[in-house]
Design a protein around this ligand. Structure first.
Ligand code: NAI
Length: 398
């Protein structure tokens, strides 16, 4: 037992602790959103979510359980509590999710470990075979900084760098809270290879091959992997950079997986291109926090902003939920970034981007919203939570 008052320990884009009650409230808020937005169904179907504890993966798990009554297997990599050290937010989110699933009579299983490893893949397959038989849907939502290759043992580290020439532009220094110039040298060939190895599609193909071999995928299975494109101002560091190269590889591999699933079990695999949102992964990408601070202000003012749970609820209700056919663009992509990339939004972002400085930051962007959103990820500054209370931090996953 470790009851304590938990205050945020934040520096820049790193927060080293999390608040269990705040995380539970985050999960509750997402469940409420789903149930107020769509008519909940009880499908009794099964889904495997890889990267299920925070951001888009957590939203997927919640939307599928709360909106579609699905049984979930979640794979993620989170730290449990250790004496007075709190667990990571994804761990507490998952504890809260399990409490919800249990109350609702939904099966929920969680595997905490490295999804890139053979060991975690085998554990997941054993669990599916034993508890569920097969899954009807797979969501691939990993955002990882490194991958130890399961066959070669090489430790690949992803980098967020431009390709070809240096990147020089504005960014927010999250520690000093100032607009500064950032200069990022272009990636060398090995860094590109490493980033593709971590965030590209090879791991997904390993998952699919092993799930197929072990007959864990139901006939007509759907698989969705998440990606990002963004507006032109972020192209040099994102879409045309190392991470963009990895996402290109992911797309190619998803297309190959689509063919394989179709031929073997009449299934399909898609990439959904989601909008920019505040998550632990996006906070680490240079330029993105400033971009999101501007974007949210514009999209909020127009009443069209969406957070992960709104995006995923739309993915399900319009594209891959029961009885839906996905609408694909000419690259075979599901586009959930359609509102973010509307011409009038991109033009407004670009105009502000040119003008923004430390002095006019509070009026041209909603940086306070970004900061609050970032703190919310770790269970802090959530409405209705009393942060003066002692709280039990030694919670256990089932
Ligand atoms: P996130 O940081 O919130 O979540 C990452 C998830 O991956 C967590 O559940 C974490 O535990 C898990 N994970 C990381 N390394 C792992 C490992 N080795 N083994 C098992 N689990 C591991 O990230 P976010 O932002 O939700 O990203 C998920 C996907 O969505 C990514 O593919 C990202 O590119 C995509 N996306 C994100 C956008 C954004 O603005 N955040 C926009 C569009 C797409």
């Amino acid at each position: 037992m470790a009851k304590q008052v938990v205050q945020p320990k934040i520096r820049g884009f790193i927060c080293t602790n999390a608040h269990p009650t705040g995380c539970a409230q985050n999960v509750r808020n997402q469940i409420d959103y789903v149930q107020q937005t769509i008519v909940p169904q009880k499908t009794g179907l099964n889904v495997l979510i890889i990267g299920a504890s925070t951001g888009y993966g957590l939203a997927s798990r919640i939307a599928l359980a709360a909106g579609y009554g699905m049984n979930t297997v979640g794979v993620f990599f989170e730290k449990p509590p250790d004496n007075w050290r709190t667990a990571t937010a994804g761990y507490y989110n998952t504890v809260a999710f399990h409490q919800y699933a249990e109350r609702e009579g939904l099966k929920a299983f969680s595997i905490n470990g490295d999804a890139f490893s053979e060991e975690i893949k085998s554990q997941t397959i054993d669990l599916i075979q034993k508890e569920l038989g097969q899954v009807d849907l797979v969501i691939y939502s990993l955002a990882a900084p490194r991958r130890i290759h399961p066959h070669t043992g090489v430790d690949h580290r992803a980098v967020l760098k431009p390709i070809g020439c240096p990147y020089v532009d504005k960014t927010i220094d999250l520690v000093e809270e100032q607009i500064v110039e950032v200069v990022i040298d272009p990636a060398i060939e090995q860094e590109i290879t490493d980033t593709v190895a971590v965030m590209g599609g090879e791991d997904l193909t390993f998952w699919v091959d092993q799930l197929l071999e072990n007959r864990c995928l139901k006939t007509g299975i759907q698989l969705v992997a998440y990606s990002y494109i963004g507006p032109e101002i972020t192209y040099p560091v994102y879409t045309h950079g190392t991470i963009g190269r990895a996402k290109e590889d992911l797309k190619q591999k998803v297309d190959q997986v689509d063919q394989k699933l179709w031929q073997q079990i009449g299934g399909h695999a898609y990439v959904a291109v989601n909008k920019a949102v505040i998550t632990q992964a996006s906070a680490a990408i240079p330029v993105i926090p400033l971009y999101i601070s501007i974007l949210y202000k514009i999209m909020d003012a127009k009443g069209i902003n969406e957070n992960p749970i709104a995006q995923i609820t739309r993915l399900l209700s319009d594209h891959i939920g029961l009885g839906q056919q996905p609408t694909l663009d000419d690259q075979r992509l599901i586009r959930l970034d359609d509102r973010e990339l509307r011409l009038e939004i991109s033009q407004e972002v670009e105009r502000i981007w040119l003008e923004i400085t430390t002095d006019n930051l509070p009026c041209l962007a909603d940086y306070n919203r970004y900061k609050r959103g970032f703190r919310n990820l770790f269970g802090f500054e959530i409405d209705g939570v009393d942060y003066g209370q002692l709280v039990e931090t030694e919670l256990l996953l089932p």
